[in-house]
Design a protein around this ligand. Sequence first.
Ligand code: ADQ
Length: 465
Amino acid sequence: MVVANRLPLDDNAARDGACEWRRSPGGLTGALHSILQQAPATWVGWGGGEGPGPRLPTVGSVRLRPVALSSDEQRGYYEGFANSTLWPLYHDAVQQPVFQREWWETYRAVNQRFAEAAAEVAGRHAAVWVQDYHLQLVPRMLRELRPDLLIGFFMHIPFPPPELFMQLPRRVELLDGMLGADLVGFQREQAAHNLAQLAQKLLGAQTGDHTVHVGGRTVRTGAFPVSIDVAEMAALSARPDVVAHAGKLRHDLGESKRVLLSVDRLDYTKGIEHRLTAYRELLRDGHVKVRDTVLVQVAVPSRERVESYRDLRDRIEGEVGRINGEYGRVGEPAIHYLNQPFDRAQLAALYRTADVMVVTPLRDGMNLVAKEFVAAREDGLGALVLSEFAGAAAELPTAFLVNPHDLDGLKQTLLRALEAEPADLRARMSAMRRHLAEHDINAWARAYLTALDQTGRLAQRLPQL
Ligand code: ADQ
């Protein structure tokens, strides 16, 4: 069973009953999509919208169990505590976290509702995999309701060092909530280390090698870097219609132009503003000219009911307008800005078209876009400029790694990537593709689930893993 904030359906599909799997612009749904179809499973999550939502049938082999949220609850739990308190704090407080006392009560009540829904439908001794920071209290709540269950928790975003976590007014409850799980998984080793330090400090826990002993139980921890369906992206990018679409994009952008591409959820952690500043300065200094270079910035709308996200969008759109106004020419903008969702085939075509993929978050749990780009480049070419602060950097050391806070460093790295020799690019890309071939989404699920269930029972039920 998976318990996640959202069901993997989009709102339209849920309303008209068509029930296509949702490829949401968030990374989590995509990551779990392939795995769950391999065995009978239940997915507990919010269906979007208000009230109890429609009765949802089984999709493929996955049974859906919707959890209802009122609009006040969406505000307090989702927009408030999850995305205005935890999200910024866990991302190095790159934006000031907001602490509002009433959000906490809603967050706790909604976590309790998810735990009750899971407890109600889980079979005896079932394995339950709870996802992400929205549901950090669920492991403890679920254990109290159903001590027979095997409970896993995976944090998709960074888990911060004690100096930051200690700011949280409800830090003890949040920490204790996660430690209700049998296995707590993170993207990076450092996060497991942070958890151990906090458990010692706040709960007086004893810690060992990837273990936390607390309240008479042993909780295991570890790093399980999430990945993508590499084979699916490779196949998609080789499809004749995608190749043709990439050719058309290249033609429209200018056959002789060097294309820089960025694809992000429109989020302040993704470093879009820093990137635009670097690009403006490259144009200003004359290192880059609109007649031979163009930036395509795809920024899918995200969390638009949260004020800081609306403000960010205004700032980014203002800056894109300024740069195009100052440096663009008729029929030749400096930046193509696309604030819209794309389907997977369109994304694959974009990845194929890029000379330089620019992935420069200020902090990111993993960043699946970087991996999608590598998987799409069966031609072995294309440069990846990647922030050191993305989890993916630990796995892709042959990317052009960069500190996005260092504007001069960012500018120099963009130029190095633009001017790199094909032989250098091929060597870098081939190392990244070798790594990804071995570390795809199935490898992630296999590693996590075998660590969760040391008896091997789960692995037997997921034969394709
Ligand atoms: P996100 O912060 O959402 O995920 P990311 O890992 O980059 O970030 O995933 C974004 C996904 O959205 C990618 O699969 C991408 O293809 C897709 N996408 C982006 N723009 C799109 C567009 N315009 N149209 C359609 N799809 C678009 C969180 C964490 C990450 C972590 C993932 C998974 O913040 O660090 O990698 O979860 O654990």
